[in-house]
Write a protein that binds this ligand. Structure first.
Ligand SMILES: Cc1cc2nc3c(=O)[nH]c(=O)nc-3n(C[C@H](O)[C@H](O)[C@H](O)COP(=O)(O)O)c2cc1C
Ligand SMILES: Nc1ncnc2c1ncn2[C@@H]1O[C@H](COP(=O)(O)OP(=O)(O)O)[C@@H](O)[C@H]1O
Length: 283
């Protein structure tokens, strides 16, 4: 049913017969619903606004086997409706079907919407009604708000997967191993970071997934600097991987200021206990 193509550069645009159009930041449940309506020669046309921070461009292909072609919004937003359709027909000479959501609009001042698309495109236009989960409309902006509030479980439900960020290892304060627990410190770019606090997570190193607990926030108890640090449970990891992935599962607590290192150490031990219990009960 589904074809395996992992890079748009490998697929000739002449073979494409159906496309889904949108921004596709997050590659969430509603986006996946659009993709289900593509045929085996389907492709994803992703319009880049420059604001994607759930699945930044370089990480997006991971979430679909359909090839993704990117177009920069600034280069196409001045087009009139017929010019936009002409562009699509030129880019994909065998295009037969377009799949979009109920709220899709395009062209100059977003003046052209569903009715115009049906009128201007001489082929099959499939419109997907608004997708909701537990009465919440699934949109990338909605998911961003839940993440900013630390509501990981709701965000994950709307995403249809665990929210995952990529980062690379940087040096920490050097306090962790000495005074608290060993952590991998991450520099994270491009991705939206959830609310400051402590989270049950999984950390992926060299494609191996470990249970972990992750702190994000300003280290208000120590030097006040912003940090993303992950402690891997029950393992003595010597990490030599540059790229690290963190999947967020659940928030445990807010970021807190402690009066002493001892109190912080106690709380970190409790966080680790809470995380271990979670994994024992859930997995
Ligand atoms: C599970 C966990 C929870 C943490 N919670 C807090 C916190 O609530 N407040 C805070 O200021 N720092 C918190 N930290 C960060 C510590 O201050 C940090 O691990 C310590 O400064 C060592 O940092 P380093 O690895 O850069 O040496 C937490 C760290 C971990 C691993
Ligand atoms: N909840 C939804 N239900 C149906 N279609 C949707 C939904 N969210 C987005 N779409 C469609 O998916 C495509 C990508 O939309 P986009 O604007 O990137 O999504 P979002 O609303 O999440 O930012 C568009 O064709 C859009 O109409």
């Amino acid at each position: 049913m589904e074809m395996k193509k992992n890079s748009s550069t490998l697929v000739n645009k002449n073979t494409i017969t159906s496309i889904a159009i949108g921004g596709f930041d997050g590659m969430h449940v509603a986006h996946q619903e659009l993709f289900k309506n593509l045929d085996e020669n389907g492709a994803i046309v992703s319009i880049e606004s420059g604001f994607a921070n759930l699945t930044p461009k370089v990480y997006r292909q991971e979430y679909s086997s359909y090839p993704i072609y990117y177009y920069v919004l600034d280069n196409i937003k001045h087009l009139e409706g017929d010019q936009f359709i002409k562009l699509l027909n030129e880019e994909f000479p065998n295009l037969k079907k377009i799949v979009v959501g109920y709220d899709f609009c395009f062209g100059k001042n977003r003046r052209y919407c569903i009715e115009k698309l049906k009128e201007l495109f001489h082929g099959n236009v499939k419109i997907i009604d608004e997708i909701k989960i537990d009465d919440i409309a699934v949109h990338s902006r909605v998911i961003r708000e839940y993440l900013k509030d630390g509501e990981i479980e709701i965000a994950n439900k709307l995403l249809g997967k665990e929210y995952k960020i990529y980062g690379h290892q940087i040096k920490g304060q050097g306090l962790g191993t000495k005074s608290f627990v060993p952590t991998i410190n991450l520099k994270v770019e491009q991705f939206l970071l959830p609310k400051e606090g402590v989270y049950i997570t999984k950390t992926i190193l060299n494609e191996i997934e470990y249970n972990s607990v992750t702190f994000l926030g300003h280290r208000v108890t120590t030097d006040g600097s912003y940090a993303v640090e992950t402690h891997i449970l029950d393992e003595n990891i010597i990490n030599d991987t540059y790229t690290i992935q963190i999947k967020f599962i659940k928030k445990i607590r807010d970021n807190l200021k402690f009066d002493s290192f001892d109190e912080l150490k106690n709380q970190i031990d409790k966080d680790i206990e809470t995380t271990k219990n979670y994994f024992i009960n859930v997995y």
